[in-house]
Every structure is written in C-alpha cells, then in structure tokens.
Design a protein around this ligand. Structure first.
Ligand SMILES: Nc1ncnc2c1ncn2[C@@H]1O[C@H](COP(=O)(O)OP(=O)(O)OP(=O)(O)O)[C@@H](O)[C@H]1O
Ligand SMILES: [Mg+2]
Length: 377
C-alpha cells in the first residue's frame, strides 16, 4: 500500500501544506514590510503551519521560531530567545567557534544533533552579571540581526506570557522594545483564543493594537478538494467533490480533524477505489472507536449537570443554551446551573464561545457524544 500522505499533529509546509493563497499572500506582504502580525483562529486550524509556509515561500527570509509552550517565566523566555538566535546564526554560516566566543557570556553549550549532525546550542543566563542578558537586550539583538538578515521572529503559544509572574510588566517591556525596532517582522500566534484576545484586543493590555490581526478561517472548499483529490489520485483512488464537502462538514472546518479523517479514509481504502460520503462516515466511526476510552474517561470526570449541558450542546447546538427549550430538553431546572456548567466546560477547553455560540473544540468529541446517546446523564 502506498504511504499515507496526510500528516497529523505536526506543523506542515511545502507539499504537505494545503494552499491558503489569500492568507499566505497577506502574511508574506507583512513579512516583507516588517509589519508585526497576530495570527488568530480556533485550535488546530493551521495557524503555526501558515507562518512556516509563508516564511518558506519568502525565499530570502529565515524563520526564528520561539515556542513559549512549557515556559514559566521571563528568564526562561530570554534563554529561549538567545538559544534560538544562536541556532539561527549557526545556520547562517557562523562557525561554532565564533558563536561560542562571541556569546561566551551566555555560557553556550553545543551538541551535535544525532539525526541531522547539525550543532544545537543551549545557553545559561546568569542574572547578576553586567552582561547583555535581559529580555530587552535579547529583543534588541534580534532587531540588530534583522537589519542584516531577512528575519521573521515567530512567538508561538504567546498566550503563555499571561501565566508568567509580573506578566503585565513583562508585556509592557516587550511591547515598548518591539515597537522601537524597525526589523525584524514579528509574528505572534497562540492556540488559546480567549487569552490571545486578552493580549491583543483588550484595551488595558500593552499589546493592544500593536500588530495587524490575521484570522485563520477554515480551508476553502475548493482548495481543500483540489489538494486532497490530488493526494488520493496519486494512488489511483477516486475522490469526488461531494466527499470533500462531507469531510469539511463532519470536521466542522477544523483543519486537523479534516485531515485526520482523510488519513483514516486512506487507511481503510485501496488503490482503484472510489471514496464516497459513506466511506467518510465509516472512517469517522473508526476514529470514534479509537478515541472511545479517552473520551469515556474525560466524560466521566464531569459532574452530572456538566454532562447534561455538554450533551444538550451536542444535540441542539450552542446558540441558546439557557433558553427554556434547552433547559427542558436537557432536564435542567435552573438557567444558573447551565451558566456555571458552561463556564467550567469552557475552562476545561471542551467548548469555547465564539460569534455568540458555544462550540465544541473537537467536532469528533461531539459525534462521540451523539453516538453514545444512551448515556445516563
Ligand atoms: N494548510 C494545511 N494543509 C494541510 N494540513 C494542515 C494545514 N494546516 C493545518 N493542517 C493540519 O492541522 C494540524 C495542525 O496544524 P497547526 O499546528 O499549524 O495548527 P495550529 O492552529 O497552530 O494548532 P494549535 O491551535 O494546536 O496551535 C497539522 O498537523 C495538519 O494535520
Ligand atoms: Mg500552533
């Protein structure tokens, strides 16, 4: 069997990236003009991949990617910036010796990557010394480098900043430094929408209006169809347009879920086969079966009203969860209990509120609930 061409759960680019011509164009223009940009969008829609692909297409630009996931404070962030910067320099032809010498104050340690054989730096920052090791200096270093190299600096999972001690001071400092720099182009992205809103759309936050916002929407039907059809066609599998439409509907426009479904379809079909809407439903059932024990475990952690609300949302949609009809059909006496449950389910990242509606983070989880409609809730 030919190799499954669909990649799930990793940042994708190049031939694995389903085209998003409009968004890529805007982001490339911003990169070119060193306009700072925020990439907003729901979870797993393809925000990080968009940044990688747009930078890749800007042939002269290099991406310096700083992932804030798992970082807890200012020192760790500063360290991450320096570390990525040294790694970047070594890809630009600076010799290991030069880097070690020039940045001796960062106590750099270098190892060779087992797989690629390329050098990998780590650094250690000592706060007490009179050396350029603060966050401001790290950002200024990027600024200086941006004048020499064409550089895109992406802070991913940027909302993590909100959890740092003294985050407001830190954000004010970062904002004012970044504002002073003419280059590089900074791109901010993050997977928790409400926190990204808090940073970039709240008046009281220093980052308010500091960057242009690009919203990543679901893939366009035609782009998705053309891309997917080609992948299936390469192995002589027939993929009609209606199936592409059905997949986007089932996955509620969440890119990763759409491709998870494609991947599952690939695994249950063969060369020469026609992939029908029925095939995509079979593939969905297969995914639900695979995820059954995890979902069951998750569901059992919830309180009774939370279960009822979640189930009600799955069944009747999320635009009026405190309406009389919703309360009645979900067998909940008080609208206030619904509000409390909605809050908790939001905190647990099972649902989110957008455009006046509560939606499931995972469309497959919703199907799973509907499949298990005989639950005792
Ligand atoms: N343009 C694309 N073409 C093909 N697959 C894509 C595309 N964008 C996203 N995907 C799929 O979605 C997955 C998640 O993509 P990515 O990590 O870029 O999303 P994200 O919005 O940054 O996610 P998170 O909210 O978790 O940070 C990828 O592993 C891939 O399966
Ligand atoms: Mg991401």
């Amino acid at each position: 069997m030919a190799r499954n061409p669909f990649i799930i759960g990793e940042i994708v680019q190049g031939k694995h990236f389903c085209p998003r011509p409009e968004l890529v164009k805007i982001l490339r223009q911003n990169i070119d003009a060193a306009i700072n940009t925020v990439i907003m969008g729901p979870r797993r829609i393809g925000k990080s991949s968009l940044v990688f692909e747009a930078t890749r297409l800007e042939k002269n630009h290099k991406l310096l990617y700083i992932d804030l996931w798992g970082l807890n404070n200012r020192e760790q962030l500063t360290t991450a910036i320096y570390r990525e910067y040294l790694n970047f320099l070594s890809t630009q032809g600076s010799s290991i010796k030069d880097i070690l010498k020039r940045f001796a104050y960062l106590r750099p340690v270098v190892e060779l990557d087992e797989n690629t054989g390329k050098p990998k730096f780590s650094v250690e920052i000592k706060e007490d010394q009179r050396t350029p090791t603060t966050i401001t200096e790290a950002l200024e270093l990027l600024g200086k480098s941006g004048e020499k190299h064409k550089l895109v600096v992406c802070f991913d999972e940027f909302q993590q900043l909100l959890t740092f001690p003294e985050s407001e001071n830190l954000m004010a400092l970062m904002r004012s430094t970044i504002q002073r720099l003419r280059t590089p182009a900074f791109v901010f992205t993050g997977s928790i929408r409400r926190s990204m809103h808090e940073i970039f759309l709240s008046l009281k936050n220093p980052f308010f209006k500091s960057a242009e916002i690009i919203e990543v929407a679901p893939l366009k039907k035609n782009d998705f169809y053309k891309f997917t059809q080609k992948k299936f066609q390469e192995d002589n599998r027939n993929f009609p347009k209606e199936t592409a439409t059905a997949i986007l509907e089932i996955s509620n426009g969440i890119t990763e879920d759409a491709f998870q479904l494609c991947s599952s379809i690939w695994n249950i079909t063969e060369a020469g086969e026609t992939i029908t809407e029925e095939t995509s439903r079979t593939a969905l059932l297969r995914i639900l079966a695979q995820e059954d024990s995890t979902n069951r475990h998750l569901f059992n952690l919830l309180k009774s009203t939370q279960k009822k609300v979640l189930y009600g949302l799955a069944r009747s949609g999320g635009n009026a969860p405190t309406s009389k009809e919703f309360l009645k059909s979900s067998n909940i006496p008080q609208p206030s209990s619904v509000s409390t449950a909605l809050k908790r389910l939001t905190q647990l990242d099972l649902i989110y509120h957008h455009d006046g509606e509560y939606k499931f983070f995972s469309p497959f989880f919703r199907y799973w609930l509907l499949e298990k409609s005989n639950f005792q809730v």
